[in-house]
Design a protein around this ligand. Structure first.
Ligand code: G6P
Ligand code: MG
Length: 961
């Protein structure tokens, strides 16, 4: 299978609309949808220029101050692809005559779309048609089409009519808010058109945005035409040829569209002079340079490899590269979302470009700087200081008519600045004044948007990434990202000041300190009980969405329920807090990230195409490889397989970029937190190998991942520093480092009570004593539920069992009494109380270089170890008071593994309690249960007592054999 091309060898009329999107060719500026040359049998003929739009006032039934004024819509331009063929006197179309064979391939290496059709007209005339189409990456104004017809069985008279079809229009909107334009009249006025010397020319201007467009198509033919007929009104040229049997004729069409000046005719002529072959060669060179870094190889899964290259290729086609445009959510493949730019660019696509082709990332950021003045105006309208970037736009003006899922998504500012930060860290460039200016203006926006309430900096009435929750107070994503935005702005300003550089804007006297105060006091809603960050102040007070009673045909929810119905429920369109934990990974422990992912997952519908890729990355991050794989599968072929059912309206660029992220950030576990490049690879079991490259500060790093090892090679560039898992290393040009990924026993993390010693019965006795004192029923059976469980939670179990509830003070008092009783009983403890075999095992582990950690839920663990005389046996004792959540959450085990410096995959946990086993498994480790088989579900091995625990058992457990 050729994974560097995509196409079909059999024609399926049901796929016409979908294929038009998939076969789009574009160069970031000019986009030609993949519709057929002929009109009949096409779904929607589309030709676009990135950022070329017209606008009209938004018609509101009810409007209020500050609502977005105008909508902007990318325009469908005169169609330069259109070429009609007549064979005999019958028009060729896929809908008439007989299609003998039909194939179509988009080649990512050449950037050429090839179509071959063998067709017999209803009169029995057979032709073979071969068309090749290219939109030049090296000459952004130009597109080239070659159209070849062969007379297969007989001599034939054929006619080729080539158009610059000025009759095309945008699609009009239906019920789906995501599709179609709302223009009241034709937005593009054709000013002039002419036919001269086999060239078609037009000039046009938009009604309201006053943008100019010039188009030209120059033709050459491989043999003389018996007749050439111009048709002025249609802006078309007809060529008649008589072909002998077996003879071919090729019509070449050289197209140029310009918007900055009227050079289109000149450019089209120049393109024709250079010819198809020369353009094709340049195109191939450009793409060869791109793929030398961007190529991803997957051994054992060609379908996915092909889909990934397809996605990467489409992203390359979608992104503006001249600093004046960005990436429309649908690229240049269709009119969905009106050709608007959203945060998709910075949050999803930009990371990929930072590491594959940084000049594109820079260009995308330059576009944001270009619209900074409009963002300043928008901030003013919104009674804010600084600059507020638009949620959706083309020109820079806010175009979202629905502010709850538009302007309220203030996080766009932080997303853009996060992207700036990433770009600078990835390339190692120092911040130019333009980016510092954006950072200052965004910081000002946050300061004026939020306010101090009870000592906390609160940002109220905002919408986070999850558009199923709107206009809430203190959306955690927004606040975390705003906090990061402020920290970044502070760092940039301070670095400028330290270097004596002049800041692009003058800061007021206390401005910097006020940013610091806000940043430090930022409210990040956190629920102690659940140990999770609340999506916002109200999230946990909402009823969960009734998924059980929502039929499948009522999804996606946004098309079947009023927004208010959705908003009043606990339901997510896409990851919100979980996305923040990906972007700001270094702020959270592994345990936290896993816990929050697991908490939010059941409420996350995935109704947004931006959802699954992030879910996949965070499932990988949460040691849930199978889940990561399942989500990945839903994202990587989202457009190819039309998973959302709307690819006909355009590709889903964010999801495509997300599929790259799911491979690199997900499976390879790449992180770039504050400029440190790290990897934590987890190859999907379906793959034999994964190879990809990243450009890190001008150096190209190749990562080759196999099930048993990973190799990092510095292909070009002086030196690069990276971290594999928890090992730092640095590579010089040509140097490689290989790390084994085969789990190898490196550390054992012991629970204490019931594993190393018999203190469990002392806990029991103490609980029994306080239970009796308080007339509560408590016995050995109830005690089973207390094993491994924190003191506070243990009391709750007893109270629940007795159906009583106590006030806080009473609980504190009884907890103290229980602990006093327990601690008193510890007096009697000596080394004698260690379980048999423990000392020998600990010595053996030490002698074999295996690290030993203690992961007990007991606050008395250190005292107990002291009494047992084994304190010095541990490389680390994780402190339960310093982790966020007790068992069954994984915190204590992950903390212990970090403290002994052994990667979690090389650790084994040993536990006697159900909650403990669960904690070990949630920590992504192998678990040895001490006790009886049935009572410790999830254990990888259960032993009756610690005496049976040997080095050999531990080794086998970690290796899963
Ligand atoms: C261990 C025991 C539990 C106990 C917990 C807290 O996990 O198995 O029974 O409740 O530690 O102990 P502490 O000494 O802090 O009360
Ligand atoms: Mg225990």
């Amino acid at each position: 299978m050729d994974t560097m091309s995509f196409g079909y060898a059999e024609y399926d009329p049901a796929q016409i609309a979908h294929n038009e999107t998939l076969f789009t060719l574009a160069n970031g500026y000019l986009g030609l949808r993949g519709d057929f040359e002929e009109t009949q049998g096409t779904y929607h003929k589309g030709t676009y220029i990135n950022g070329f739009y017209d606008s009209e006032p938004i018609l509101y039934g009810e409007r209020a101050y500050g609502f977005a004024e105008n909508h902007e819509t990318i325009l469908n331009l005169p169609d330069p692809k259109r070429i009609e063929l007549e064979v005999g006197s019958l028009p060729f179309s896929m809908k008439s005559g007989v299609v003998n064979t039909s194939s179509r391939y988009l080649n990512y290496k050449t950037g050429i779309l090839t179509r071959i059709v063998d067709w017999t007209s209803s009169q029995g005339d057979r032709v073979k048609i071969t068309t090749e189409r290219m939109v030049s990456f090296t000459d952004k104004h130009c597109a080239l089409i070659s159209y070849t017809v062969e007379a297969v069985d007989t001599d034939l008279l054929i006619r080729l009519t080539s158009f610059l079809d000025i009759g095309v229009r945008n699609r009009s909107s239906k019920d789906d808010p995501r599709v179609g334009s709302k223009f009241t009249s034709n937005p593009l006025v054709i000013l002039n058109h002419s036919i001269e010397n086999e060239a078609l020319n037009f000039s046009a201007r938009t009604r309201n945005s006053a943008l100019n467009l010039y188009g030209s198509a120059v033709h050459t033919t491989s043999k003389g035409a018996s007749q050439i007929t111009p048709s002025e009104p249609d802006l078309a040229l007809s060529y008649t040829f008589s072909l002998a049997k077996g003879e071919c004729v090729t019509l070449n069409k050289y197209v140029a569209y310009t918007t900055e000046d009227d050079s289109a005719p000149f450019r089209a002529r120049k393109c024709a002079q250079e010819g198809f072959a020369s353009y094709a060669q340049e195109q191939e060179q450009f793409l060869s340079d791109f793929w030398s870094v961007a190529r991803i190889l997957i051994e054992g899964d060609e379908m996915t490899e092909q889909a990934l290259q397809f996605n990467i290729f489409h992203l390359l086609q979608a992104c503006g590269r001249d600093g004046t445009s960005s990436m429309a959510a649908k690229g240049l493949t269709g009119e969905g979302y009106e050709g608007h730019y959203f945060w998709d660019t910075e949050a999803y696509a930009l990371p990929m470009f930072c590491y594959l082709k940084a000049d594109i990332a820079k260009s995308l950021l330059d576009y944001r700087y270009r619209i900074l003045d409009k963002a300043r105006l928008r901030a003013k309208t919104m009674s804010l200081k600084g600059a507020l970037f638009p949620w959706r736009t083309i020109s820079g003006e806010e175009c979202s008519a629905y502010y709850p899922a538009g302007t309220a998504q203030y996080h766009i500012d932080a997303d853009i600045l996060y992207a700036v930060e990433k770009y600078l860290a990835a390339t190692g460039e120092t911040a130019p004044p333009a980016y510092v200016e954006m950072a200052i203006e965004s910081a000002r926006m946050w300061l004026s948007l939020g306010c101090f309430i009870d000592g906390e900096f609160c940002i109220n009435e905002v919408t986070g990434p999850d558009e199923y929750t709107a206009c809430v107070n203190n959306n955690a994503y927004t606040n975390l990202m705003a906090q990061n935005n402020l920290a970044f702005a502070i760092a940039l300003v301070e670095s400028y000041q330290q270097q004596g550089k002049i800041l692009p804007l003058v800061l007021e006297k206390d401005e910097l300190s006020s940013w610091k105060q806000a940043q430090e006091a930022m409210r990040i809603p956190f629920d102690k009980g659940l140990g999770i960050y609340e999506q916002d102040d109200s999230f946990l007070k909402k009823a969960p969405w009734p998924f059980d009673t929502t039929p499948q045909d009522k999804h996606p929810l946004l098309l079947h329920f009023h927004p208010l119905v959705i908003y009043r429920h606990r339901v997510l369109k896409q990851p919100d807090l979980v996305l923040a934990q990906f972007f700001l990974s270094g702020l959270f422990t592994k345990a936290e990230r896993r816990r929050n992912f697991s908490f939010y997952e059941p409420y996350t519908t995935g109704d947004s195409s931006l959802s699954y890729c992030i879910q996949s990355i965070m499932a990988s991050d949460s040691f849930q490889s199978l889940k990561a794989w399942t989500y990945f599968k839903k994202t990587v072929r989202l457009d190819i397989d039309d998973i959302q059912g709307n690819s006909a309206d355009g590709i889903h660029t964010a999801s495509m970029a997300g599929s790259w992220m799911a491979v690199v950030y997900g499976f390879a576990g790449f992180r770039d937190w504050k400029g440190t490049f790290s990897f934590d690879p987890k190859l999907p079991t379906a793959w034999k190998a994964l190879t990809f490259c990243l450009t890190l500060r001008n150096a190209v790093l190749k990562v080759e991942l196999r099930p048993s090892e990973v190799t990092y090679t510095l292909m070009t560039g002086k030196e690069v520093a990276l971290v594999h898992r928890n090992v730092s290393c640095s590579l010089k040009e040509g140097e490689s480092r290989t790390f084994s990924l085969v789990p190898k026993l490196g550390g054992v993390l012991f629970d204490l009570d019931g594993v190393l010693c018999d203190t469990a019965h002392l806990h029991y006795k103490a609980w029994k004593q306080v239970s009796d004192e308080n007339l509560l029923h408590f016995d050995r059976e109830v005690n089973k539920g207390l094993l491994g469980v924190s003191r506070e939670a243990s009391l709750q179990v007893i109270l629940d069992h007795n159906n009583v509830d106590w006030p806080h003070e009473k609980r504190t008092e009884v907890l103290k009494r229980k602990n006093d009783a327990y601690v008193a009983s510890l007096d009697s403890i000596t080394g004698e109380d260690l379980f048999p075999g423990v000392l020998g095992l600990l010595s053996e582990l030490k002698s074999q270089g295996v690290k030993i950690g203690l992961a007990s839920a007991s606050k008395n663990a250190r005292t107990v170890c002291e009494k047992l005389g084994i304190l010095d046996r541990f490389d680390a004792i994780a402190d339960i008071t310093r982790v966020q959540k007790p068992k069954p959450e994984p915190d204590i085990f992950l903390a212990a593994s970090e403290q002994i410096g052994v990667w979690y995959t090389d650790c084994v946990g040993v536990e006697d309690a159900k909650a403990g086993i669960e904690a070990i498994k949630r920590a992504g480790m192998q678990a040895v249960g001490i006790g009886s088989e049935g009572e410790l579900p999830g254990s990888d091995v259960v032993l009756k007592s610690t005496e049976e625990l040997t080095l050999d058992v531990l080794k086998r457990v970690v290796q899963k054999i």
